[in-house]
Design a protein around this ligand. Sequence first.
Ligand SMILES: [Zn+2]
Length: 700
Amino acid sequence: MRNAIFIASALVIGLVLISIKFCSGIWTMKNKQLIDQVGTIQGVVDLFALPADTISQKTDDYIKEAQERIDQIIAIPTAERTFENTALALDRVVGLSNAAISEHIYEGLELLSPEEAVRNAAHQAMIKLRDFFVDHIMNNKKLYQAFKAYVEGNAKNESLNPEQRYFLHETMKDFERAGLNLPDEQLAQVKKLQKELTELALIFGRNIAQDNRTITVPRSALVGLEDDFIASLKKTDEGLYILGVDYPTYFNVMEHCSVEDTRRQLYLAFNNRAYPANESILKQIIAKRDELARFLGFASYAQLSIDSEMAKTPERSQEFIVDLIAKSKDKVKEEIKELTATLPESVELTADGKIKPWDFAYLKAMYKKGKFAIDERKIAEYFPMKKTVNELLAIYHQFLGVDFQEVPATGLWDDEVKVVKVSKDGKLLGILLLDLYPRPNKYSHAAHLTAVPAVYKNGESIPAVSVVMANFPKPTATKPSLLTRNDVNTFFHEFGHALHALLGRTLLASFAGTNTKMDFVELPSQMLEEWLWDKAILKKISGHYKTGEPLPDELIEKILKLKRLTSGSFVRQQGYLSLLALNYYKEGPDKDPYQLMKQLHDQLITDILFEPQNHFYASFGHLTEYGAKYYGYLWSKVFALDLFDEIKKHGLLNPAIGQKYIVDVIGKGGSQDPNELLCTFLGREPNNKAFLKDMGLLQQ
Ligand SMILES: [Zn+2]
C-alpha cells in the first residue's frame, strides 16, 4: 500500500510537472525561469540585480539547460514532429530561455553597471552565450536536419497561420545562409572561412579603435575655437597643443577653427586612421567574403548580405541609391553656390573651383553663423528635461493610446534609473527602464535594449522589458537638465525603439518588437524624429525653463529652414558611402579599395577636391559590421518619411491613425515582410516622393 501511495503521488507530481511545463512551454524545471519573473516590478529589478560571481556561475547552467532542449528537439522522431515541439520549441530556446534572456541582461549590465567586476563578468558571460548560440544552434547541422524534416514533412499537413509559415521560411533561409545544407567537407570550409573572417573583423575594428594619432599645433593655430575647449587640450613638453582624432575634437576643429592648415592636418590624420594597417586586412576580408558567398551559392557577398533584408537584392539597393543621388544633383549645386558665394577668410577654392574637403564643414558652420545666428545653447533653454519628457509621453499617449506610470523601485544598478509601467487599454505592455544621465564607466552613447521580448505565450501576453540609455546633461545648482535639439532628437529616436519593442507583440519571440530586418529596424525611430520638425509639436514640447514660454515663432522658422540647408549634400554623401560598400562587396575577390573609392568620388563628388592622401576606407567600420548594407540608413529614412507623410495627412496626434500604425506596422514586429507592412499601411507601394519633397530635392 505504501508503495502504491508513493507511486500515486509520484504520478501526481509528474502531472503537475507536465502541466507547469506546458503552461510555460518549457521542459525542464531545474532552473527557475527568468521569463516568469517579469510579472512584477521586483521580478524585473531582480533580473538585473546580480553580483559578479552569480553571473559566472549561472551562465554554465543556462547553457546546459538550453543545450538539453536543443538535444530534445533533435531527438524527436520525424513522424512525431509538430510546429510546437520543433519550431516553437526552437523559437523558445532562442528567444525566451534563461540563456537568451540573460544574454540581453548581461549586455545591459556590461554597458551600465557601475561595478567593474559586474561589467567584466557580464562581458565574459555574454561572449560565452553568443558563442553557444552560434556554434550550437545557428551552426548545428543536426538541428537543421531536424527542422528541415519537419518543414518538408509534417508541416505540410499542419494547419499553420502566416506568422508560423513565415518563421519556417525565414529559419530555413538562415540555416542555408550558414551553409548547413552543404556536404560536410564544404561546410567545414565555410566554418573555417567564417572563423577567419571573425578574426579579421576584430582586427579591423581594433585597428580603428586603437588609432590614437594626433597632430600638434601652436596656440596661434587654434583661432576660432572656444577658450574652454582650448584649455581642455593636452600639451606637449614644448607647449604645443595636441589635437586627437576623436569625434568631438575632430568635428569641433573642422567646424570652428579658422586656420586652414589646422583643419587640413587634422582632416588628413582623421582620414588615415588605421591606415596602412587596415589596407591589407580589408582586401583579405573582401576576398574571403567573396569566397564564402560563392560557397553558399551566392554570386557575391553583397547578394549574400542583402538576401535577408527588406531590399532583398544588391541591384535593388543600388538602383534606389543611384536614383536618390541623381535627384539630389540640382540641390547640391544650389547649396554649393550658396555656401561659396562669400568665402570666409581662411577658405579658398582650388584653381578649378572645387571646395577642399577640409573646408566643407567650416563653410557650412560659418554660413549658419552668418545667416541664422542660431545658438543651440539658447534653444536648449526651451527644453528642460522634465517638461520635454512629460510632453513626449503625452504625445505618445494621445497618438498611440499608451499610458505611462512611473513606479518606485529600488535595487537597480543605479538609483537614478526610472522605472515606468507601460500599458494600453488597461493591459500591461511591459516595463521600461530609463537610464538617462551620465556617470563614470557608463556607456557614453544612446541606445535601446530589449531585455525581454513582447510575446504571446500560450495565448497570454507576457510583459516586455525595455531599457533606454542616454547621457543627457545633469541639472546644476542653478539650472535644470536642459536638452539640446540633438538630445531631444536622440530621446525621440531611442524611445521609438522602445515603443516598437513594447507594442510589437508576436507569437514567436524571434519576431518580437525590434527583431526585424536590419534595413527596417531604424524606420519607426526615424519616423518619430520627424515629429520634431513640426511647428505645433515644437511649440507643445518646449517651455523655457525660466518663463515657461514655448519656442518663439522666429526661432522655429530658422530651425525649419536649417533642415534643408545641405540636405542635397547629405543625400549625396550617404549615397556615396552606400555605393562604396556595395562596390567593395560586388562579385570578385580582388578589389583595390583606394581606386574604387577614388573612382566613385570622381564620378559623384565633382565639386569637392579628392585628396590623394585620403584613405578613409581603412577606418570605415561599417564595412565589417554592416557588410554591403550601409544603404540601409537612407533606405529606412526614405520609407520613414513616406509613413510620416501619410500620418501627417491625418494629423500627428490623431489616435485613429496611431492605432492603424500599431496594427499595420509596429505591432507586427518582424512577423511579416516589411514591404508588406508598408503596403498595408499606405494602401500602395512605398516610394521616395515624400522624402524628396521633404529634403527639397523634387525638381520643380
Ligand atoms: Zn536607432
